[in-house]
Design a protein around this ligand. Structure first.
Ligand code: FES
Length: 103
């Protein structure tokens, strides 16, 4: 799991990115922004994963997101999904754009 900053959005909010490998080993990127309220999942603590490492968890109210598609399976924003970003790996380097990934 890595985090990175991608500048600011149109509302001048910092765009923080979560980069991780899902259950199948595929690298995925999500904007670190809860779908319940516009706050980072970790609230700046760096704690993002459930105890078993199987989900991303929002530290504010406990929304629980799947790793492979960012879908919220439990919590106040159940049924919504994290904003997935396009990520590309090239010779060990990761390139992320703030263009939403349609996968
Ligand atoms: S702000 Fe994330 S669950 Fe409420």
């Amino acid at each position: 799991m890595r985090t990175a900053r991608l500048g600011q959005d149109a509302d001048d909010l910092p765009v923080m990115v979560l980069l991780l490998r899902d259950e199948s080993g595929t690298i995925v990127a999500y904007r670190n922004l809860c779908q319940h309220l516009p706050v980072p999942l970790d609230g700046g603590t760096g704690e993002l994963l459930s105890e078993d490492g199987a989900h991303l968890v929002c530290g504010t109210h406990g929304a629980t997101y799947r790793l492979h598609d960012g879908y919220c399976v439990e919590g106040p924003c159940e049924g919504m999904a994290l904003q997935r970003l396009h990520v590309r790996e090239d010779r060990g380097d990761l390139y992320v754009s703030d263009t939403p990934d349609s996968r």
